[in-house]
Design a protein around this ligand. Structure first.
Ligand code: CA
Length: 251
């Protein structure tokens, strides 16, 4: 990894599935295992525009993070690069809609993590795709949803369970490219050996609860099998949306 003592390594598996109802897949994900760059994006917009938005954002942000790692940017500069790349993706989507008005209104969520050899990570997040961390058998949601229902929960007007069932549960308060402000959350932390990191789209979390996710992640199976199990479970419970999961195991 080029910088400081290398104390952790990682392996990754990721997959995306169209689900059982939708015709196209508007999710995108990007994985560069060698450089420790991982992200999930969930696009929106008619006429396949959601697919364009999420792919464009994944390319812009993934590319910037890969270059940041190659340039051996210090963690704080990497965080700034993450922030800038999310904004660049926002602008790229808007520029695209100006060239091709049929894609007007498209946007995307994006949740990205870059992990360094010493185990520290930086994450950037906009929308309702999620980052989870499974540590010592406990699953914790690291990212905070930018949704209307989450805001209602935060302000005490709605319960978590009510939010899951709410007819407006898909309304985002922030997204890249859309009218909603793109302002990303930038986070930081340190992974330790044994950690499992999950990045996923709402096609997973809308179909299965955190409890089900945790029980699958506790199964003793290779990473690609765990990813397949998550997707299969979301499909078994309806598969109403595209399902994407990227799983990183720290050792
Ligand atoms: Ca979705």
């Amino acid at each position: 990894m080029g910088r400081g003592a290398v104390t952790v390594s990682w392996e990754v598996a990721g997959a995306s599935d169209v689900g059982r109802v939708r015709k196209g897949n508007e999710d995108s994900f990007f994985v560069d295992e060698g450089r420790g760059v991982f992200l999930v994006a969930d696009g929106m917009g008619g006429h396949a525009a959601g697919e364009i938005a999420s792919a464009l954002a994944a390319e812009v942000v993934g590319g910037a993070l890969v270059r940041g790692v190659d340039d051996e940017l210090e963690p704080e500069l990497l965080a700034e690069s993450l922030r800038r790349s999310l904004h660049a993706a926002h602008e790229a989507i808007i520029a695209h809609t100006q060239q091709d008005p049929s894609t007007d209104g498209m946007g995307t969520t994006l949740t990205a993590v870059v992990v360094l050899g010493d185990g520290t990570y930086r994450m950037g997040h906009v929308g309702d795709s999620r980052m989870y961390l499974m540590r010592n058998g406990e699953l914790r949601q690291v990212s905070h949803d930018h949704t209307w229902v989450q805001r209602e929960v935060d302000e005490g007007r709605l319960t978590e369970q009510g939010a899951r069932r709410h007819r407006l549960s898909h309304i985002l308060t922030r997204a890249l490219g859309a009218d909603a402000a793109d302002k990303p959350d930038i986070g930081a932390g340190r992974f330790v050996p044994g950690d499992l990191v999950l990045l996923c789209s709402d096609g997973l979390t809308g179909m299965i609860t955190d409890k089900v996710i945790a029980s699958i992640l506790k199964e003793d199976a290779p990473l690609p099998d765990l990813v397949a199990r998550l997707i299969a479970e979301a499909n078994a419970r309806g598969g109403r949306d595209n399902i994407t999961a990227v799983l990183v195991k720290i050792s």
